[in-house]
Design a protein around this ligand. Sequence first.
Ligand SMILES: [Ca+2]
Length: 495
Amino acid sequence: MMTHLKAALMVALCVAAPCSAAVHEVGSARDLPAAVQNALPGDQIVLADGQWLDAALEVTCSGTADAPILIRPQTPGGLTLTGISHVALRGSHLVLSGLRMYGGAREAAGDGIERLQPSAPIDIYGDYCRVTDCAILDFNPIGREHRYMWVVIRGVGDRVDHCYFRGQDHSGVTVVVLLQRGQPNEALIDHNHFAGKPPLGANGGETIRIGGSTTCVYNSHTTVASNLFEHCDGEIEIVSNKACENYFLHNTFRESAGELTLRQGDRAVVEGNFFLCNGYPGSRGIRIIGRDHRVVNNYIHEPAYYGIVFQEGIVGSSLSGYTQVTRALVAFNTIVTSHGNPIWMGRGAEYTAERPLLVTSSFMANNLLVSSGAAIFARVHGPPGIEWAGNIAWGPEPGMELPDGITWADPLLVESADGLLAPAANSPAVAGAAAGFEYDSPRELNWLLATVTHDIYGRLRDEHHADIGCSEVSSEAPIVHRPLTATDVGTTWMP
Ligand SMILES: [Ca+2]
């Protein structure tokens, strides 16, 4: 019985990848060009375990969709590239797995002369390439001003997943997605662990950036999902969105001095993220700039400054300026603070002379805004262009005149099993949401709310009587998405 099963499995495997797949053993960086030249789709290029100094690995071969070429050490994490090493994936359908990069230019040659890292440690030029189960650790130059990215994604359909990125202390983005062809990247950045990025003290220390000022009007269709960010303090933008139609889903931000910034580009989706700020200095939630963004089902706990801010826009803004917040949907978020404010209506009076355009034509619905020590709304300088429905707010003071659509009531928060705060069963938030087509409001808001079908945990919402805030506490459905910890993300071989 077992033998038959095994035989059937072998047949299945042979269909999936050609049985003639070869293994090309590579003992050092010098041997790589020959292996690359001979590699065919489905082959493996196996790099000898050990430590390679100043290794330049140029991978110019290509696999196919059905038979990618795998590049890996003998054992996962068994090879460390150090010095000024880099890997360039120049072909397509390549999988780089299990590589460790450590040290960076700091340790180059040991002769006291600093050799500068010429390019990103990992640079993906090709399409449909995957970098998985890899770690880049403290890969830093001596001078923090020397700028390079750690991972660059330039192609279409590339994926970076289950990697561990720790300790980048110099100018540069940890993972950047570039729109070099004017076509969507369709990139996926998921289940990575980003940790320990100290403050750079200047712009240019983002952990993730998608796009850039000159290409921000193009769609990237990049998904950043289920990543863990811990102490990513490089600069205010932990994530900087600079392209259109990107998705930020189910990520966990723990105690990091920054925020998820929708800096340039329109139509972003920020859904189901956990911001566990815990009062960490410099911590924030989400900054909104631009048009047609969707910010729903997020949990923001104890930001030092704000949960969500609608940044003011510039009249006739250039691409690199600040586009007025227009048609934003901010719905079903839970924001709990003590020192910070749940919502800033702008960055503040000091900016309004050059950025006079307040948020307009936008919606805030079914949000739970609670503070134990600060006003709910701050930096209010003019009536916000927002349609309100189904929100609950509670705290020492509202911070502005409350419009219809915000109920001032204690939502009776209790600690749930995962340590997060959620409404108790007898809370006015339960079944309190303005929902679907039953709400008497502009048709657009009705339609938008009907599209929020699940809560932050992935549980189906009650179509007619949803709960206010990110959690459908009345649901008995199983939890799909939780706040992430180190065991949920990163490599298989490193704790
Ligand atoms: Ca920046």
